[in-house]
Design a protein around this ligand. Structure first.
Ligand code: MN
Length: 259
């Protein structure tokens, strides 16, 4: 009997979750490997990456990304060079981005500098995936992507995007993908947005431990979003999954990872 190609064995794609904020990262990674859930494990400071890399070393489905979260830029701006250096050696980048919420507005200038430098490094090295936060700063975030990213060299994934549909269209024109989580489908704005995303730019995430489906099982719950996504898009869940799988495999392949 022929073995199925390994790609057939991937059971889900979580393009944005925080494994290192889980109470037992090692056990969670083992569970993702067993259940064959492909995960981009984002980090929030470059100093967290070596530990994540150690946990995930040699794994087939769980991969660490190097990041500097916009909410931490005020306190950790000095780590921007570590981030740029890390991007030389790591093809997955995140969490990076901008946060324009009132409590983070004071650091927006530094946030823009960090994001611009990270995106420039991604474009310079090529074959990078960047998972990008843009809460209350969609327009600025997309403008920086337009300026600093060559979409032939970087796949930018807007994670938990909450900008307007017009902003989403601008991001689509800039080559962006979107990772969608269950919490987005709870709001009318989120549902309208998801309907506006082209079929070949759609990915899934939990943002565990923050998103609704990520609260307890983290990335192991990634399958829960699929039936809801399928019903929103008015298609069978199997069709929706086939598309998410194609997009997921293509994105990982872009960063040199195949399953
Ligand atoms: Mn996150």
């Amino acid at each position: 009997m022929n073995r199925a190609p390994r790609a057939e064995l991937v059971n889900g794609f979580d393009f944005h979750c925080h494994i290192d904020l889980h109470p037992d990262p090692v056990a969670l990674i083992a569970d993702c490997e067993r259940q064959r859930v492909a995960v981009i494990a984002v980090t929030t400071t470059p100093r967290a990456w070596p530990q994540n890399n150690e946990w995930m070393h040699g794994k087939s489905y769980v991969y660490p990304a190097i990041g500097l979260h916009p909410e931490l830029v005020a306190a950790r701006y000095s780590e921007v060079e570590l981030l740029e250096e890390g991007i030389k050696n790591c093809r997955l980048v995140g969490e990076i981005g901008l946060d324009g919420s009132p409590q983070h507005q004071a650091s927006l200038e530094q946030q823009r500098d960090v994001l611009a430098r990270a995106l420039t490094a991604c474009t310079e090295h090529g074959g990078r995936i960047a998972t990008i936060h843009s809460r209350r700063a969609a327009r600025d975030t997309i403008a920086l992507i337009e300026t600093h990213v060559d979409p032939a060299r970087v796949i930018c994934i807007l994670h938990w995007f909450s900008g307007s549909t017009a902003e989403a269209h601008r991001a689509i024109d800039a080559g962006c993908y979107f990772s969608v989580n269950a919490s987005m489908l709870d709001t009318q704005g989120g549902r309208n947005l998801v309907r506006a995303i082209p079929a070949d730019r759609l990915l899934t995430e939990t943002d565990a431990p923050f998103g609704r489906d990520g609260l307890s099982g983290g990335p192991l719950n990634i399958g829960l979003v699929l039936p809801r996504l399928a019903s929103l898009l008015d298609e069978p869940a199997s069709v929706c999954w086939t598309r998410i799988r194609e997009n997921g495999l293509r994105a990982f392949q872009f960063a040199g990872i195949s399953f």
